[in-house]
Write a protein that binds this ligand. Structure first.
Ligand SMILES: [Mn+2]
Length: 316
């Protein structure tokens, strides 16, 4: 296992850089916080590089290590990239990663490009939070704060222990985290059910435009939609799952307009491989959950994605 390599690599350094993917989700945030708290327990100084994330995550410990300053002067001795399938997923932290002496890539995306010096990639793991638990529990006592961060990552990336990569091992680890003190009721309410007013309103806009064709549930939202209800990209997470929950749907597609003419596509599936579809659009992810960022007009990009999905479902 890699835990000895990690311990050796951090032995003579003080500051430990840790980053998740851009537009961080629960797994990116939970794994970064859990890892940072573990490093702090070892007497190290964690520096977490994360984009702006939903305020929901403010109940987790570890946020105090998020670096708010300018990235241009950072010269890391060691850098851990978490939950990133490729270096571009690091967003503006990518340049910092490139300057680091020692680099680690800890991930569970099957599309991972092995972009670091040390690559700990397990496509069968439910989440990076699960992998981080396996690593750090060998050299740190996992306390309530670490456990809560990692449990939140596992819970959100499996959408409540539901996705196919949820294994017996996932449940065993979750059990250990519960024993370490996670308040499961509070964490489930917070991350599985709670939403802001802006999330509810943007969801309503998206659902007003939803359609179901050939067992594909799909919809999209524009930047103007987000502005009209005061929503941000952090408020869009629940929409694609809601689409796939439609009784007759086998596949779900959600498109959202981003900056600079980019459309973010999210694909979800009950069984059919949507990683292949995302890769075809220059993205990737998991068999049943994937995404891609595509340049173009939102209606054209949606039509192109829908065509590929229809062909796929006909041949499935
Ligand atoms: Mn993940």
């Amino acid at each position: 296992m890699y835990e000895n390599t990690i311990l050796k690599d951090i032995e003579n350094v003080q500051t430990i850089y840790i980053a998740g993917h851009e537009n961080p989700d629960g797994d990116a945030i939970g794994s970064c916080f859990g890892f940072a708290l573990a490093m702090s327990k070892l007497g190290k100084t964690p520096v977490v590089l994360l984009d702006k994330y939903s305020e929901k995550f403010n109940i987790l410990k570890g946020g105090e290590y998020v670096y708010k300053g300018d990235y241009s002067a950072l010269e890391p001795d060691i850098f851990f990239a978490l939950d990133c399938g490729d270096a571009d997923r690091l967003g503006k932290a990518k340049a910092v990663f490139k300057r680091a002496n020692v680099t680690y890539n800890i991930d569970h995306h099957i599309s991972n490009t092995y972009f670091a010096q040390n690559n700990i990639v397990n496509g069968d793991a439910s989440s990076v939070s699960e992998i981080v638990y396996e690593l750090i529990s060998r050299f740190v006592e996992v306390d309530k704060d670490i456990a809560t961060a990692l449990y939140s990552g596992i819970l959100t990336d499996t959408r409540g222990f539901k996705h196919s990569c949820t294994s017996e091992r996932t449940h065993i680890i979750a059990g250990k985290l519960v024993v370490a003190g996670v308040d499961t009721g509070r964490i489930h309410s917070r991350f599985m059910y709670e939403h802001s007013l802006a999330e509810a309103k943007i969801c309503a806009v998206a659902m007003g435009r939803m359609a179901l064709e050939d067992r594909i549930a799909y919809t999209y939202i524009t930047k103007a939609d987000m502005a009209s209800v005061g929503a941000t990209v952090n408020d869009l997470d629940g929409i694609v799952a809601y689409l796939l929950n439609t009784g007759d749907a086998e596949l779900a597609l959600f498109g959202s307009e981003r900056d600079n003419g980019v459309v973010k596509l999210s694909f979800r599936s009950n069984e059919i491989d949507v990683n292949e579809i995302a890769v075809g659009f220059g993205g990737g992810g998991h068999k049943l959950a994937s995404g891609a960022s595509v340049h173009g007009n939102i209606e054209d990009v949606m039509a192109a994605a829908l065509k590929v999905m229809k062909d796929k479902i006909k041949n499935a």
